[in-house]
Ligand binder design. Structure first.
Ligand code: NAD
Length: 280
């Protein structure tokens, strides 16, 4: 609901991030401006895009037309695999900022480690410079496993503020979350609703909680992310679902309900394995 206050999470660099946002993976570039405009009208102030989504321009137009003050928005974009390396990372952030029509992003992430290229440490050092230049307020990574994180932490003076990883009830990433908590790295869930690839409503643990609180299965799962202290930005093209996914602050899952949803983790990875994914 408009005006509803989204909690923020403190990042390890002193900045903070709204815990609930709106993701635009697979949002058609031609429709992005109108879809993000609807999301902003529904109350979202945190938008997660990426150079690879090819829709940064639409996000930027929606922001420009919204009249919302820049400092009320939290905008994330990501360095694509083909742009890793020092010079190309600097060029890539400049292109993303031009596409978005912004002077800075709130968060810039390395999209995937791409170990086959062997350039994520070098790219991380470039992100440190990009932050120092004021082009990104905070910097982080995405799809990094523990060993990738250890490498960038050992090779630099900055611990990533964020690791954005595949995370949903069937793939809860408990070990990586525990590692991140020890190092004060915030976790963001991608595919938080399982990308629609399995039915949330057909899982009795989720259906029971939805019934008990008079909410939808998607709202239960978003609540599960939030109550776990995770940052989450479900994607939908539909205005009713934008409102539904934002309307998650009027109920709370019990410890038993949280534990029941925790029990659904069976290691189902829906997306690529970060150790081998090398698409450019
Ligand atoms: P998601 O889990 O948010 O699933 C989106 C799908 O869930 C929708 O297409 C729709 O089918 C369904 N859905 C949405 N709201 C619903 C509702 N209220 N009821 C029923 N079904 C509903 O998956 P996602 O879009 O892949 O992930 C969210 C965001 O995470 C993306 O938009 C993107 O910003 C980010 N992401 C990042 C990476 C990465 O590699 N860093 C990868 C994928 C996604």
């Amino acid at each position: 609901m408009v005006g509803m206050t989204v909690p923020t999470i403190a990042l390890n660099d002193g900045n903070s991030i709204p815990q609930l946002g709106f993701g635009v993976f697979l949002v058609d570039p031609a429709e992005t401006e109108s879809i993000v405009t609807s999301a902003l009208a529904a109350g979202y102030r945190h938008i997660d895009t990426a150079a690879a989504y090819k829709n940064e321009e639409g996000v930027g137009r929606a922001i420009a037309n919204s009249g919302i003050a820049r400092d009320e928005l939290f905008i994330t974009t990501k360095l694509w695999n083909g742009d890793q390396g020092t010079r190309s990372a600097h060029d890539a952030i400049d292109r993303s900022l031009a596409n978005l029509g912004l002077e800075y992003v709130d968060l810039y992430l390395i999209h995937w480690p791409v170990p086959a290229q062997g350039r994520y440490v070098e790219s991380w050092l470039a992100l440190e410079q990009i932050k120092a230049a004021g082009k990104a307020r905070s910097i982080g990574v995405s799809n990094f496993k523990e060993h990738h994180l250890n490498e960038v932490i050992d090779a630099s003076s900055t611990v990533p503020s964020v690791n954005q990883i595949e995370l949903h009830p069937k793939f809860a990433q408990r070990e990586l979350r525990a590692y991140a908590a020890e190092r004060n790295i915030a976790i963001e869930s991608w595919g938080p609703l399982g990308q629609g690839k399995y039915s949330l409503a057909e899982l009795p643990e989720i259906a029971a909680a939805a019934e008990a609180h008079g909410v939808t299965p998607a709202q239960v799962v978003i609540r599960w992310h939030l109550q776990n202290g995770i940052v989450v930005f479900p994607k939908t093209n539909r205005a009713e679902r934008m409102k539904e996914n934002f309307d998650v602050f009027g109920f709370e899952l019990s410890a038993d309900e949280m534990a029941a949803i925790d029990s659904l983790d069976d290691g189902t990875r829906l997306g690529p394995d970060p150790d081998t994914f090398s698409l450019t």
